[in-house]
Design a protein around this ligand. Structure first.
Ligand SMILES: Cc1cc2nc3c(=O)[nH]c(=O)nc-3n(C[C@H](O)[C@H](O)[C@H](O)COP(=O)(O)OP(=O)(O)OC[C@H]3O[C@@H](n4cnc5c(N)ncnc54)[C@H](O)[C@@H]3O)c2cc1C
Length: 451
């Protein structure tokens, strides 16, 4: 292989962001991507005759490096925000409840708002009200679930926090690390030992910050103070723009990089999943390689369906519905794509994306054929929707080993991996979803940092 100043391995968002930062710094960059397309988890494909996001469909709006990257790529005018009236519904035992107002990723900030939603019992509401009077949590608590159950009890944890926090991590709060899985929690704990008070302060801070983040955007977006963004042509526009901008770099598609040779002193950014990085490092840094294999992954699958509008009742004006683990359904979330985004709205059809797969129970999904998966998820969604017609289009997208799990000890594990790299192979650095956050902004940031 011809040598460049820096070789980036992995053409997902983290690798491409790293490559652009290096190219902008005047480096000669080569990028290797194993598959036949750029973008990794960021992908769009056809549902009927419409190109629809097949992985993520949005990213957190307040992450400045990502907003800066959008500007650098000339994408700012294409930024768009969810338009649905109700941010989310939560399913519980056959009924839908609006996500209580003033929650942050399911964390309650206001007991009255939780009470008004009708989602949980009076006792659960009383626990939210009482939470600020509890002493700080014990140091032995290691998981988000352990922490939330202590402060709010099981009902709030299982029906409010887990469906959202567990959902976005394809996991469950009882295995997610309190100290690394959700930066929002650390931020809240820095403000107060009380989660309710801490989250309130985070919420207040964000309100103030949003005006500066929104500089340069269209008036409508500014008015809405968004939490999430996508692009008016779908999220894959991010990847197309990055690839276009990387024209000075050497781009190699369908070229899996081989394990790095122990005597190879070239500089590398490895931006593959952790298990891929483990393979690449197995001869040059066996210790880091072994540690990387300890980061586990969950697999998810998504079935996206189009239906004639008149065949579905009720027609909800929402971004989606989450389904708590506690209710034992295969379905974990339904994203109402055509209500959530203007770019998927049409007069006569609706677009639903049904998601399944959580750490620990994802092998069940893998065992189902595409038809079985579609039938089962459709049966689940029909607990809340009446659907009178067959879908006019169906797309099944599986994402095996796609969500790294931040289990207790994650930060320590990542620190050990980095120490080992620094000590033994300082020419190699890591980026991507496995280390400092799984969301797109965290991956962009990690790519830029690695560069
Ligand atoms: C279904 C789904 C929905 C999601 N929804 C959201 C969302 O709404 N918002 C959000 O912020 N985040 C979301 N995420 C998370 C986010 O999309 C990912 O964490 C992020 O895109 C991962 O980027 P990455 O660059 O770290 O890794 P990847 O995208 O996994 O890219 C790594 C690349 O490395 C390549 N590779 C592996 N081995 C080699 C090798 N030896 N040589 C060369 N190339 C190699 C792979 O082919 C891959 O393309 C979602 C993820 C999934 C799966």
């Amino acid at each position: 292989m011809a040598h460049s100043d820096v070789t980036v391995i992995g053409g997902g968002i983290a690798g491409l962001a790293a490559a652009l930062a290096l190219q902008d710094a005047g480096r000669d960059v080569s990028i290797y991507e194993a598959s036949s397309r750029w973008g990794g988890k960021i992908k769009s494909s056809l549902v009927g005759d419409t190109m629809v996001d097949a992985g993520p469909d949005s990213f957190l709006a307040r992450a400045q490096p990502t907003i800066d990257l959008c500007e650098r790529l000339g994408l700012t005018s294409q930024l768009t925000t969810p338009v649905a009236k109700v941010p989310a519904y939560i399913y519980r035992e056959g009924k839908l409840y609006e996500l209580p107002k003033k929650t942050l990723v399911g964390f309650p900030v206001d007991a009255d708002a939780v009470a008004a939603s009708g989602l949980v019992s009076d006792q659960a509401v009383a626990m939210v009200r009482n939470e600020p009077t509890l002493p700080a949590h014990e140091n032995s608590v290691e998981t988000i679930g352990g922490y939330c159950r202590q402060r709010f009890g099981d009902e709030i944890t299982d029906y409010l926090i887990d469906p959202l926090v567990g959902g976005i991590n394809a996991s469950n709060v009882d295995t997610l690390c309190l100290h690394s899985a959700l930066p929002l929690l650390q931020e809240s704990l820095r403000h107060s030992h009380s989660l309710v008070f801490g989250m309130r302060q985070v919420l207040e801070k964000r309100r103030k910050e949003s005006s500066s983040i929104l500089g340069g955007l269209d008036t409508d977006a500014r008015k809405r103070k968004p939490t999430f963004y996508s692009f008016s042509t779908g999220i894959a526009s991010f990847i197309e723009a990055l690839v276009t901008e990387l024209h000075k770099s050497k781009m190699h598609l369908e070229t899996p990089h081989e394990p790095i040779h122990p005597r190879d002193s070239n500089r590398y950014v490895i931006a593959t999943p952790a298990y891929g990085a483990a393979e690449l490092l197995k001869s040059t840094n066996p210790k880091a390689s072994e540690l990387l294999t300890q980061i586990r992954y969950a697999s998810v699958a998504q079935v996206t369906l189009a239906f004639p509008k008149k065949s579905v009742t009720p027609l909800l004006d929402t971004s989606g519905i989450v389904f708590p683990r506690a209710d034992n359904m295969l379905l974990s979330a339904c994203t109402w794509l055509s209500s959530k985004w203007n770019h998927y709205a049409t007069d006569d059809s609706i677009l639903l994306r049904l998601t399944t797969g959580r750490y620990g129970n994802d092998s069940h999904t893998a065992a189902l054929s595409n038809d079985e998966l579609t039938t089962t998820l459709l049966k689940d969604i029909q607990q809340v929707l009446t659907i009178h017609a067959d879908p006019t289009a169906v797309r099944v997208q599986r994402w095996p080993r796609s969500f790294p799990q931040y289990e207790p000890g994650h930060n320590k594990l990542v620190a050990e991996i980095r120490q080992s790299l620094q000590h033994k192979t300082p020419n190699i650095t890591l980026a991507g979803a496995a280390y400092d956050g799984i969301g797109i902004p965290a991956c962009v940031h990690s790519g830029i940092e690695a560069a």
